[in-house]
Design a protein around this ligand. Structure first.
Ligand SMILES: [Zn+2]
Length: 301
């Protein structure tokens, strides 16, 4: 028994950090902190300490815990195996958090699925019935809202969208173990690598975008190639589901016109032969900062 607080704990499990926050009923972040993830050998104990420090007196009276995690995940068992956190394989995060907090509800969503949910509930896609939500950054993730509802999938892995294959002749292997995944062509670091092979000097996507803005041909070509891959990957999904709206967020999408211009053009080129996809709406995501945490909290809504 005891009084339940109106606060929820939101946890966003990413490849380089786990962000945690206390979120109130109007989706405002009250307080937050983070722990480094990746190959951190003490990840669970670090996370446990951070949760205790953040929640303080509220730890045992939270009204719920919402998790947005990099995939793959298992929504049913509550276990996660993020590709870029090698120490966590079938890690029982839901059970661990239930034990730590005594919350009645601990809900697990994929990271990009959570972002799509956040954009639908409080962001750019509030009035949209059907859309594909995409995150383009170090990796590629997706989420789906269909008939005005977040589509959860049978195992919860709609976010694993970046690992559908767009080139079955690819010779290099993706981090997921297959070859020719969308993510291998469209993620930010791939565009950086491609430009470097063609003589551009620099080491992150932000710098690459700056170079493209000043007319660097290798930078422009690499962004054109990566944005074309993303358009093809998205159109595969739009065509399969017969929907016409995409909401795009993530670090790469924040580069502005230098990315969006070729992206819009490739969406037009790649879809023009598909009669029923004549008008694709491309919408920039609205919630940039903290979108993952808000999406994690919304998993409980
Ligand atoms: Zn892959």
């Amino acid at each position: 028994m005891g009084n339940r607080s109106e606060l929820v704990l939101a946890i966003d499990v990413g490849a380089t950090k786990i962000a945690i926050a206390l979120v109130d009923q109007s989706h405002q972040i009250i307080d937050k902190s983070e722990v480094p993830s990746g190959s951190n050998p003490d990840l669970w104990s670090d996370l446990e300490k951070a949760v205790k420090a953040l929640a303080g007196a509220h730890l045992k009276e939270l009204s719920g815990v919402g998790i947005a995690s990099a995939g793959p995940i298992d929504r049913i068992s509550g276990e996660i195996s993020p590709v870029n956190i090698p120490g966590w394989r079938n890690f029982p995060l839901v059970a661990k958090l239930r034990e730590l907090t005594s919350a009645d509800r601990v809900v697990l969503h994929g990271d990009a699925m959570a972002l799509a949910n956040a954009e639908h509930k409080v962001g750019a896609a509030r009035d949209i019935q059907n859309f594909l939500g995409i995150v383009v950054s170090t990796g590629i993730g997706g989420g789906l809202v269909l008939n005005n509802q977040l589509y959860l999938g049978e195992s919860g892995n709609v976010s694993y969208f970046g690992h559908h294959i767009i080139n079955f002749d690819e010779s290099s292997t993706c981090g997921c173990g297959r070859r020719g995944c969308l993510e291998q062509y469209a993620r930010g670091p791939m565009m950086v690598e491609r430009a470097s092979r063609h003589g551009w000097a620099g080491d992150d996507f932000k710098t690459l975008a700056e170079s493209a803005r000043t007319g660097d041909s290798a930078a422009i070509e690499a962004i054109d190639y990566g944005s074309r891959a993303l358009a093809i990957g998205c159109i595969n999904i739009l065509q399969s589901l017969d929907i016409h709206t995409v909401v795009i967020g993530g670090g790469v999408a924040q580069a502005g016109d230098v990315y969006w211009q070729p992206l819009r053009q490739h969406f037009i080129n790649e879809s023009k032969a598909i009669g029923f996809l004549k008008k694709i709406d491309l919408i920039p995501a609205q919630l940039e900062r903290d979108a993952g945490l808000i999406g994690a909290a919304l998993a409980l809504a």
